[in-house]
Design a protein around this ligand. Structure first.
Ligand code: ACM
Length: 633
């Protein structure tokens, strides 16, 4: 009986024919859907027209991916019988450039990916995999399945050469394997630059052989859980057992892993601010050394951020620009960093340097006099320029956050603009290269919906705002805008599941902003693609945020002293249902169609969104007192 049941089950599986809808992220330069589908059958044959080792490796990757998912495939040099042909052009096709590709899926004939360089074959493969059914993302997900690939012709190449994601491995430590997983996810969406934020107040994550305390002391702290930034000050008897770091061997492995996937890793060593882990290791690097007064931050408050923008340190977390030992330290650190990371740039941070301790230091006053520095901006700029020279001596280009503009930019420095786009515009107008990474569009640590319904962070950035990111502002020389980048700071990200939740789907939005032609970005067409990719993430077991289904809230007071609530969804086709009576609404509850008066004595608004009778948003419970603080949407 059981075996009969099983064989019927197997027959159903054999008979199953599945195909994907065409939903490519990032949107290609040109995509023409054709009639019909290609059915590769049970045995997929992959050919490569070159002995180029990278091209062979890509074919091997494709084969392994298909094998993981239960599809049989083989490799051969014979394009005649192949179902998937990888073709490297002998004569470059100017249209598809360095990283571009042409992908053709032709019914009854097969699939070809043509490129000028191997990076193009790699990106063509990523696009092809998106044409496979979502089950290709599941281990053994396609066993005994007949698949169909929709017929298309795609010509594609990136808008920008710098398509970055920054991963903060300092605030919370992520293992080497977790970094590899991050790379695996980013390349599916054609990102090519992994910026590793390796040092900060909360941990130094890179072995520096000549400065062993950086990792024996600086990589470890007291473990705390809750709302980062508000933690109690660690007691002396609490164990410093949370943390970790990458050895040189780890870094070499990661660099190679990334290179095999056409990703450069850019290291960031954040100085002179954000340096408490270094100072806890070597207190003599601060302007205010003193035995035992420094510890790696565990998330307790160490800075004040008044609304006027004049932030200051409660603890001195800065390197001292007037101390020659600091430049020796930086030289040692960057000697090893430059050796480990082949990428042409090293990021020196430069952001959010509190200078209130410098101000009180006699050695800084002497430095100002000696070097004729008029103010602390110029002191900071003096420091940055010396770092630039050190990096230059190591054969590297320097990039820093836009604060490196303060007091005068070092010659040849590249600016990463994070406080909006203005720093990038200013730098480009002065002839410097720029990477745009504005918090206003590209900070993936920010909350994705209303703060009542998200893990708390100090700011919000909804999907539709991320989608509006355009790295190229009007009026600047496009040649100076190298590209764009999204940043994932991890103060509030304690594990990889939550890291994934913060990355997707906003990572899709930024991917289109840095790869796709501007005119090809269409919000209404983007959302169905996002949903198709939710299915792919489900198949891959990767978490993502569904906050795009949740409404935004605004409350206003009418002249008659009544409060009204306005609700808005960022995507079309949803219905919002609500209650003020404390019960949990469903689709039979009142439907929101226009601003609603809040009943005078109501304590709670609860809302939920539906589409076609299916709940898509979460039930959000919004206390009326909170609601009254929500301003215009
Ligand atoms: C930054 O977000 N402080 C670069």
């Amino acid at each position: 009986m059981i075996s009969k049941f099983l064989s019927a089950f197997v027959m159903i599986l054999f008979g199953q024919n599945i195909s994907a809808q065409v939903a490519i992220i990032p949107e290609p330069v040109s995509l023409v859907s054709k009639a019909g589908q290609f059915k590769p059958g049970n045995q997929i044959n992959i050919s490569v027209n070159t002995n180029n080792a990278d091209a062979q490796r890509i074919a091997g990757m494709l084969q392994r991916k298909l094998a993981n998912t239960g599809l049989n495939s083989s490799l051969s040099a014979d394009a005649g019988t192949a179902t998937i042909r990888l073709l490297l052009n002998k004569v470059p096709d100017q249209q598809i450039q360095k990283e571009g590709y042409q992908l053709k899926v032709i019914p009854k004939q097969g699939i070809s990916i043509t490129a000028n360089e191997t990076a193009g074959l790699f990106y063509g493969m990523q696009t092809l995999l998106q044409l496979f059914p979502a089950q290709v993302e599941t281990e053994n997900g396609l066993k005994n399945t007949q698949i169909s690939i929709p017929a298309v012709e795609i010509n594609d190449h990136p808008r920008f050469g710098w398509r970055g994601l920054m991963f903060d491995v300092s605030r919370h430590f992520f293992t080497k394997q977790e970094v590899k997983d991050f790379i695996d996810q980013m390349v599916k969406y054609k990102y090519n630059l992994l910026h590793l934020h390796l040092t900060d107040d909360e941990g130094w994550r890179l072995e520096i052989k000549s400065l062993p305390k950086l990792t024996s002391v600086g990589a470890w702290r007291v473990n705390k859980t809750g709302n980062f930034g508000t933690f109690s000050v660690p007691e002396d008897n609490e164990p410093k057992d949370y943390g970790g770091f990458y050895t040189h061997e780890d870094i070499r492995e990661l660099v190679q892993y990334a290179k095999d996937r056409f990703v450069n890793i850019m290291p960031e060593v954040d100085i002179p601010g954000h340096s408490l882990a270094a100072i806890a290791s070597y207190p003599e690097l601060s302007c205010t050394p003193g035995a035992d007064q420094y510890r790696v931050r565990s998330g307790e408050k160490i800075m004040e951020w008044p609304p006027n923008g004049h932030f200051y340190g409660l603890v001195d977390n800065t390197l001292c620009p007037a101390n020659e030992k600091v430049y020796d330290f930086i030289d040692k650190v960057f000697s090893e960093v430059a050796q480990l990371f082949p990428f042409e740039y090293i990021h020196m941070g430069g952001d959010e340097t509190a200078r209130n301790f410098w101000e009180k230091t006699p050695a800084i006053k002497d430095l100002m006099q000696r070097e004729n520095l008029k103010n602390l901006d110029e002191v900071q700029s003096y420091f940055v320029k010396r770092v630039a020279k050190i990096l230059q001596n190591k054969g590297k280009k320097m990039i820093g956050w836009d604060e490196i503009l303060q007091g005068g930019l070092a010659p040849d420095a590249t600016v990463m603009s994070w406080r909006g786009m203005k720093g990038g515009i200013e730098a480009a107008k002065a002839g410097h290269e720029v990477v745009m990474s504005p918090s206003t569009f590209a900070y993936l640590d920010y909350m994705q919906g209303d703060k009542i319904a998200e893990p708390p962070v100090y700011a919000s950035l909804r999907l539709n705002k991320s989608y509006q990111f355009d790295p190229l502002p009007e009026g600047v020389d496009p040649k100076l805008i190298k590209g764009g980048q999204a940043n994932v700071w991890t103060e509030q990200i304690y594990n990889t599941r939550h890291l994934q939740y913060m990355l997707w789907p906003r990572g899709f939005a930024i991917a289109e902003s840095v790869w796709s032609p501007k005119e090809k970005k269409q919000w209404d067409q983007f959302i169905p693609k996002v949903e198709a990719h939710f299915n792919r993430l489900d198949a891959a077991g990767i978490k993502y945020s569904r906050s795009m289904y949740d409404p935004a809230f605004a409350a206003t007071k009418t002249t008659g002293n009544q409060w009204m609530v306005t609700l808005n969804t960022e995507i079309n086709g949803l219905t919002i249902h609500y209650s003020f009576d404390n019960s949990f609404p469903d689709q039979y509850y009142p439907r929101y169609t226009a601003p609603v008066t809040i009943p005078k004595d109501a304590k709670m608004l609860r809302v939920v969104t539906y589409r076609n009778g299916v709940q898509v948003g979460k039930i959000i419970s919004m206390p009326i007192e909170d609601l009254k603080t929500r301003k215009a949407i």
